[in-house]
Design a protein around this ligand. Structure first.
Ligand code: GLA
Length: 692
């Protein structure tokens, strides 16, 4: 007997038909309110010519048993013997509030599936499957996929790609018949990881269009995919990518997938981000303290660790308002460059004859927290560890940054890393770990590795509840909601070039709320690109995320230090808003400029950044999205971060005096910005004005 289950939260609705056969989603999109039984008839496809004789049912675990000839929900085998899985519903579909679960089994194959789906208060839908081997011998899991149907009017796809220093680059394609899969076999999430795979209506943008997205919360091999069959069925899905024989279940053993996050909006991409950010912020583990201003030593000193120089850096940092001092790579045994030392997590006694205490105590005495860089999963063949334990390496793969990977799933490796990290965190009362991961895993199975590393994060955090961990991976190659369930921040990219960062952060923000994304002000000439940019632009770019500095402060003029002091106080004044408000991104007509902002209950901050010149002599009006149309706002430029050069004040005198307009006028009419040079930005603060 089939029935309809209707779940709704925060404007998102999900309607599931429980049978006949396995449950299938009839509707995922807007909250429909009360649902009539006739929705089944309305949403059931016909029988196409030259097809099975009954309507094809695209269920939550689709198989050819119900006519589905796209990718199956599950596949596997028993010692190579071929078997089409034909899962059948076992028992009722359980509903508990906005959660739904059921068990399906293929008794001939000897497997049982548990399907779990939660529609959370933010409107984010999380789905996870588990497969249990109920047979008498080994069952090998080939794939277990999480997927949901999307309607035919989702005609375009958006996914992200990228590389080192250019993560999260968008690419779009039509959603055509066939399969579009974004696979990662890198053993880490990847610089090129899509994060979110989005399907949407024609021409959808940040502020318009109906969109559906999927993200897999996993840091190992994985795929996101979109599939459309000529029979009129389309879907979005994700799964862990398993190598042949990677998951072999003994009788009674089980394998659970990572969580897949499905999110819908009829307000464009900003609507997806709003739900995802709200979901993240509702977690009890979400950082709740103000995100401290960071000074990271990497681009300031690289491997040249010298106590005097680092103390001078700490002096300048404390003077300008830095709150967390992070000692990057180069502090441990034999680590004079990137060719040696990884794995030997003992303070180098040549460079640090008295240990790290002379620096740590100095930093603390200045009122700053202390953070330290590690790359626990990695090992240089030129290290005492690799020489003593060649069997601890995961594979003998091609070297990459002259390093290899440790097999963290080996208890001895896990115990060694835990002991080293734990004792250093304890000895130096480390507040923060920058946890790096600088190569792809190759020629190795990565499921157990990923699980072991998650366990290591958790064990360390349970021993040191106040410890924060940053997930860095040659910049942004390990950014996903899986790793963020065990860490507190991600490093978006190794580029501190503000032009590159504007774009990277815009797209990073699709999935990750700004308070979890590190962003640093670097030197005038970016080390990774050689591009010059003036200080206010660099500061404006870092302001919106978890801000910091990565610059040799001892080389700065007093004007530069004053400017940084002013910027840090702006950040401290605004971070409460920036890190809790709603992120908005305008679909600005000038593609060389970006307009984005954060809107809180009372006020808002926007950034207008010009990245390139434009063929237009004057810039397009700025139309500020997301404001309350009935409210009146006073808008003025943030004076501490005005561009250094240019004629903007004479062009637009209101910049300093301010203007008062309704939200409706600011959103629809907009206002004429000054002509900025490329690599300049202007920040606007909007505060409530008294009623007209
Ligand atoms: C990686 C990180 C950098 C820095 C270096 C240190 O490249 O992404 O930020 O920590 O390692 O070796």
């Amino acid at each position: 007997m089939s029935e309809l289950i209707s779940l709704a939260a925060n404007g998102t609705g999900l309607v599931v038909e429980t049978g006949p056969g396995l449950p299938r989603v009839l509707h995922w999109g807007a909250d429909l309110g009360p649902v009539d039984e006739d929705l089944v008839l309305a949403a059931t496809p016909g029988v196409p010519p030259s097809s099975v004789d009954t309507p094809i049912r695209l269920t939550l675990l689709p198989s050819s048993r119900e006519g589905w000839l796209g990718r199956p929900g599950a596949s596997g085998h028993r010692d190579g013997s071929f078997q089409h899985l034909r899962p059948e519903l076992l028992g009722p579909v359980a509903v508990d509030g906005n959660s739904l679960s059921f068990t399906a089994a293929d008794s001939a194959a000897g497997v049982e599936f548990h399907v779990e789906l939660h529609l959370d208060p933010s409107g984010v839908l999380r789905v996870r499957h588990e497969v249990v081997n109920t047979g008498a011998d080994t069952w090998t899991v080939d794939a277990l996929r999480l997927l949901l149907p999307v309607p035919a009017h989702a005609v375009e796809l958006l996914d992200l790609t990228g590389r080192w220093c250019r993560e999260r680059s968008p690419q779009r394609s039509p959603f055509l018949h066939g399969l579009r899969a974004r696979e990662s076999r890198r053993g880490r999430t990847g610089h090129d990881a899509t994060g979110l795979l989005v399907a949407g209506t024609d021409g959808f943008g940040f502020r318009h269009g109906e969109v559906w997205g999927v993200h897999l919360a996993w840091s190992g091999n994985h795929e996101h995919f979109a599939e459309r069959l000529p029979e009129g069925l389309s879907l979005l899905g994700a799964s862990e990518l398993l190598d042949p024989g990677e998951i072999r279940l003994a009788p009674g053993e089980s394998y659970a997938t990572p969580w897949a996050f499905f999110v819908w909006s009829d307000q464009g991409l900003d609507g997806l981000s709003a739900r995802l950010h709200a979901w993240m912020r509702a977690r009890t583990s979400h950082p709740s303290t103000p995100r401290p201003v960071v000074l990271n030593t990497w681009e300031a000193v690289y491997f040249n660790h010298d106590l005097g120089r680092l103390r001078a850096l700490a002096d300048r940092a404390a003077e300008i308002g830095v709150e967390r001092f992070v000692l990057d790579d180069g502090w441990f045994r034999g680590r004079r460059d990137d060719s040696a030392g990884l794995g030997d997590w003992f303070v180098d006694s040549d460079v640090w004859p008295d240990g790290l205490s002379p620096l740590v105590d100095y930093v603390r005495d200045k009122g700053m927290q202390f953070g330290l860089w590690f790359e626990p999963e990695m090992v240089n063949p030129d290290s005492d560890l690799a020489r003593a334990h060649p069997d601890w390496l995961l594979a003998d793969a091609l070297p990459w940054r002259r390093q290899q990977v440790l097999n963290v799933a080996l208890p001895a490796v896990y115990d060694y890393l835990l002991e080293r990290l734990d004792s250093l965190v304890t000895e130096y009362r480390i507040d923060y770990i920058k946890w790096d991961h600088n190569r792809d895993l190759m020629e190795s199975l990565t499921h157990d590795q990923t699980v072991a590393v998650y366990r290591l994060f958790d064990e360390l955090r349970s021993r040191h509840p106040a410890l924060e961990i940053e997930s860095c991976s040659s910049g942004g190659a390990r950014v996903d909601l899986g790793v963020l369930a065990h860490t507190d921040r991600v490093w978006a990219s190794d580029t501190n070039d503000a032009v590159e960062r504007q774009r990277i952060q815009r797209w990073m923000g699709l999935l990750i709320p700004p308070e979890l994304v590190g962003s640093h002000v670097g030197p005038p000439e970016a080390h990774t690109t050689g591009r010059f940019a003036e200080l206010p632009f660099r500061c404006a770019t870092a302001l919106f995320n978890h801000a910091g500095l990565e610059w040799d402060l001892t080389s700065l003029s007093s004007e530069e230090l004053d400017a940084l002091t002013a910027w840090i106080s702006v950040y401290k004044r605004l971070r409460g808003l920036l890190h809790t408000g709603v992120t908005v991104r305008a679909d600005h007509p000038d593609h060389g400029s970006l307009l984005h902002g954060v809107i809180g209950p009372d006020h808002a901050v926007f950034c207008y950044a010009r990245l390139e010149t434009s063929p237009d002599a004057l810039p397009a009006r700025l139309r500020f999205p997301g404001l309350d149309p009935t409210r009146r706002y006073t808008i003025r430029a943030i004076p501490e971060l005005l561009p250094v050069s240019g004629h903007f004040v004479t062009q637009t005198p209101w910049i300093t005096t301010g203007l008062t307009l309704s939200g409706a006028a600011l959103t629809h009419t907009g206002l004429q910005p000054p002509l900025l040079a490329p690599s300049q930005a202007m920040l606007f603060e909007l505060t409530p004005a008294s009623p007209a």
